[in-house]
Design a protein around this ligand. Structure first.
Ligand SMILES: [Zn+2]
Length: 80
């Protein structure tokens, strides 16, 4: 993770993540997680935090990847 993204992640940690479907609902101080293919919580792979959380924390320059949104994997599979 680049220093810029690490900074974004730290800033995102100052606010709680919105609840699904916009975020993962992790409280302030806890890093964002998503549901893995096997139904376990895992850290986001490509983003420092959910876009909605970054937005709430005032982070403006993070790359926004809609694939990182907290979708149910089955539902996402059907959607794509
Ligand atoms: Zn989150």
């Amino acid at each position: 993770m680049t220093p810029e993204l690490e900074q974004d992640r730290q800033q995102a940690l100052t606010v709680p993540c919105p609840f699904p479907p916009k975020g993962c609902g992790e409280p302030a101080g806890q890093p964002c997680t998503r549901e893995s293919m096997v139904g376990e919580r895992e850290p986001l792979a490509n983003l420092p935090a959910h876009p909605a959380r970054l937005d709430a924390a005032g982070v403006i320059h993070a790359p926004l990847d809609p694939r990182e949104l907290a979708h149910d994997p089955d539902r996402e599979f059907r959607r794509w």
